[in-house]
Design a protein around this ligand. Structure first.
Ligand code: IMP
Ligand code: MG
Length: 331
């Protein structure tokens, strides 16, 4: 039995700086395992270690701190991409013997990727990484398991112990059940999905919810119309915030923070600690706006963050800590 599990999850549409939070928590030396529970290399995590920037897609951020890093049974793995990431990590001096893959993770094939690119990429704005076709085969029970493909040294023995940190991918509004279906990904992005790694829900201690002080969406979604790309204020935020996908390089659509949705996300996930990143971006744009029941405009960053803090405090009983971050490298 493990001691406890802390979870980092996205409270929006992905790209909420989960990587930054996970890496900092993993670097504390507290955890024995850092695990991914869902998704594949559709994710993109940007992490700063000793002042240097690294990008990963599949390997959990524990690897940057010498912590055993598990790709769980709910994940989907493209072998060549994983191996390329392993080589990248090794070249940069990280201990790749710490990377472990569940034998029950599913393998993304060339056919999955082709089908995604040909049939789904345009219509749904997917990342073209073969995610939906791979999960479709998994659910149809005709998938290929990692145990038949991944090298033996990388195979996880499926034992967890001690203190576990679980790294979410994507965000709550991309969850296959809770998101704006079919404009979602194909896995459970909600924190209870982490239990598929092999521990009971009672072991969950802290839930770190990652958000930003404005909303972004990469990919197609009627809730984020193309017209957002014509709004000069939102474009300014997109440029100052470097809002381009880590995985696809696509320009992300930016919108004002929807605080009603964020409050819902906190309450669906049971978030105990929330980090709202990128205050520096709206500070340098001098744009302090959000949507909460109606459109609201503030005179300063402090006024806006005070408003957000008060609304979250009064509406979200699980919250114990609210943090605003102006740094790309730390929380
Ligand atoms: P898929 O997961 O590649 O099938 O993509 C489905 C939807 O989720 C698309 O709108 C993608 O842009 C979005 N998506 C998937 N992974 C991420 C992510 O890590 N960050 C942001 N959006 C993502
Ligand atoms: Mg990302």
């Amino acid at each position: 039995m493990i001691e406890y599990a802390d979870i980092v999850c996205g409270l929006a549409w992905g790209d909420e700086a989960k990587g930054k939070i996970t890496s900092e928590l993993a670097g504390s030396g507290e955890y024995d395992f850092v695990c991914r529970w869902a998704g594949g290399n559709n994710a993109g995590h940007t992490v700063f270690v000793d002042g240097k920037k690294y990008k990963t897609h599949l390997v959990p951020s524990g690897v940057f701190h010498g912590v055993t890093s598990v790709i769980g049974p709910g994940c989907v793995v493209h072998e060549n991409s994983l191996m390329a990431e392993i080589r990248y990590l090794e070249k940069n001096g990280f201990d790749i013997s710490k990377v472990k893959v569940s034998p029950r993770a599913h393998i993304v094939s060339r056919l999955h990727i082709d089908e995604d690119a040909e049939k789904l990429a345009k219509k749904l704005g997917t990342t073209s990484k073969g995610i939906a076709p791979c999960y479709a085969d998994k659910m149809a029970r005709k998938g290929v398991l990692a145990k038949d493909v991944i090298p033996y040294w990388m195979m996880w023995d499926e034992n967890l112990s001690g203190k576990v940190l679980c790294e979410g991918a994507q965000g709550i509004w991309l969850d296959v059940d809770f998101g704006n279906y079919p404009y979602v990904t194909s896995s459970t992005t909600l924190p209870h999905g982490a239990c598929s790694l092999g521990f009971p829900i009672q072991m969950i201690r802290n839930i770190w919810g990652a958000a930003k002080v404005y909303d972004t969406r990469s990919g197609v979604d009627p809730d984020f119309p193309e017209s957002l790309l014509n709004d000069p204020e939102l474009l300014k935020i997109a440029d100052l915030g470097h809002e381009f996908g880590v995985t696809t390089g696509r320009r992300r659509k930016v919108n004002w923070l929807n605080l009603n949705k964020l409050i819902k996300a906190i309450n669906f996930t049971g978030t105990t600690h929330i980090v709202l990143s990128k205050t520096d971006v709206i500070e340098s744009a001098k744009l302090f706006k959000l949507h909460h029941n109606e459109h609201k405009v503030f005179d300063s960053l402090t006024e806006m963050t005070t408003y957000i803090t008060d609304r979250i405090t009064e509406s979200c009983p699980t919250i114990t800590k609210i943090k605003f971050s102006n740094s790309p490298t730390s929380i």
